[in-house]
Design a protein around this ligand. Structure first.
Ligand code: ATP
Length: 325
C-alpha cells in the first residue's frame, strides 16, 4: 500500500485540477513520488485524469466519509456507537467478522471510503468505488439465539426504506429478501452474516452497500440492472448524513427486533415490496425455476408463493426472486 495515495486522493476530492508541482509541494515530496502514488490509485481502479500543463483531477468531486460528521448526523445516540472510518478495506463485513470472535463491541460500525472486494450472498461480489458508493457494516449482538434472527435481513430493509424516505427517495422498493430497487434496478444490497448458538446469545454483522453515483466502468461490471441515488434525486446526497440517518433507523429497528422479531415491521415491509401479489420466478441453486405469484411474507421472513403445484414457502438462504417476464 502506498501511504500517499489516499492523502492525495483526499486533496483531489474537490474535483478540481491540482498541478503535480503543487501536490508535491503540499506533501513535501518529489513529483515522481506523486506520480507513483497515483499509479497505485490506478491499480485500485480509481480513475485519475492527468492532463499535461494542468495536473491531476478526479472525474467528479465527492464527499469523503468523516467520523465527526457521521457522529453529528447520528445525534443523541452517537455514544452508542463504536465507529471506525477506513480509507480502504477489502470488505467491511470480512473486517468485522474477523473481529467478532475477539470480542468486538456491540454496535461497532465500520465504514470504508473504498471497498475493493465487497461480497454479496453465496459468494457473489458487490461492486463499489471511491465516491461512488456508501459501504459499511454494523455489528449487533443479540441475547436471543441465531434461530430467532430469520427475519432480520428483511427488518434491516425496512430501516433502509425509512432512511431513503427521510432523504426524499420515496420511489425505492424492496425485493425479497433484502434488496432495494428503484423500478427494476438495484440501488442497494444487504449482506447479513451470523455467529453464535441457535439458542443464544448471537451476533450479526450487517453489511450495506448503497450506490451514490456509479461511474460507467463500475456499472459495466454489474451483471444486473443497477441504479444510484444521483440518478434518483436532484439533491446531492452527503454520505455522512446518509450513514448517520441509517444508523439511527437501524438502532430503532434492531432494538425492536430483539423484543418482537420481524412481526413488528412485517406490514411495513409488505407495503414496500415491489413484487407483492405479482408474478415472479424463484431461482433454485440447481438452476430450476418455480413460477408463481407472491401472496405473502410470514412473520419469520419466509415468502409464500402460489404456484401451479399449490402454495409454497421459500426461505431466503438459497433462493433468489426475479420478476416473471
Ligand atoms: P438475490 O435476489 O439472491 O439477493 P442478487 O443477485 O441481487 O440476488 P446479492 O448477493 O444480493 O444477489 O448481491 C450480489 C449481486 O448484486 C451481484 O451478483 C450483482 O449482480 C449485483 N451487484 C453487485 N454490485 C452491485 C452494485 N454496486 N449495485 C447493484 N447491484 C450490484
Amino acid at each position: 500500500m502506498n501511504t500517499l495515495t489516499f492523502p492525495i486522493l483526499k486533496l483531489l476530492a474537490d474535483g478540481k485540477f491540482h498541478s503535480g508541482e503543487a501536490i508535491a509541494k503540499h506533501f513535501n515530496v518529489s513529483r515522481t513520488t506523486i506520480w507513483n502514488a497515483l499509479q497505485h490509485a490506478a491499480k485500485l481502479e480509481i480513475a485519475v485524469f492527468s492532463v499535461r500543463g494542468r495536473g491531476y483531477k478526479l472525474p467528479q468531486a465527492f464527499t469523503l466519509l468523516d467520523e465527526q460528521a457521521i457522529l453529528s448526523a447520528i445525534g443523541e445516540q452517537r455514544a452508542w456507537f463504536n465507529l471506525e472510518v477506513h480509507d480502504h478495506l477489502e470488505s467491511t463485513n470480512t473486517y468485522l467478522m474477523k473481529k467478532l470472535s475477539s470480542g468486538q463491541a456491540h454496535a461497532s460500525c465500520v465504514a470504508a471510503n473504498l471497498q475493493t472486494n465487497g461480497r454479496g450472498r453465496r459468494g457473489r461480489s458487490w461492486q463499489a468505488g471511491l465516491g461512488a458508493s456508501l459501504t459499511f457494516s454494523l455489528l449487533w449482538r443479540f441475547q436471543c439465539g441465531a434461530s430467532a434472527l430469520s427475519g432480520l435481513s428483511l427488518a434491516v430493509g425496512v430501516a433502509l426504506m425509512r432512511t431513503l424516505h427521510s432523504v426524499g427517495i420515496t420511489q425505492a422498493q424492496l425485493k425479497w429478501p433484502n434488496d432495494v430497487l428503484i423500478g427494476r434496478e438495484k440501488l442497494a444490497g444487504i449482506l447479513i452474516e451470523l455467529q453464535g448458538d441457535m439458542e443464544g446469545p448471537s451476533a450479526a454483522v450487517i453489511g450495506i452497500g448503497i450506490n451514490l453515483n456509479l461511474p460507467t466502468n463500475i456499472k459495466q461490471q454489474i451483471d444486473q440492472p443497477a441504479t444510484d441515488l444521483a440518478s434518483a434525486s436532484s439533491r446531492t446526497m452527503n454520505p455522512n448524513e446518509l450513514l448517520g440517518a441509517l444508523l439511527k433507523h437501524l438502532t430503532q429497528i434492531l432494538n425492536n427486533f430483539e423484543q418482537q422479531g420481524f412481526a413488528e415491521v412485517r406490514d411495513e415491509w409488505i407495503k414496500h415490496h415491489a413484487y407483492h401479489q405479482q408474478p415472479v420466478k424463484m431461482l433454485h441453486p440447481d438452476g430450476r425455476e418455480t413460477l408463481g405469484t407472491v401472496i405473502d411474507v410470514a412473520e419469520d421472513g419466509i415468502l409464500l408463493v402460489r404456484t401451479a403445484q399449490g402454495d409454497q414457502r421459500f426461505s431466503s438462504g438459497e433462493i433468489s426472486l426475479r420478476a416473471s417476464e
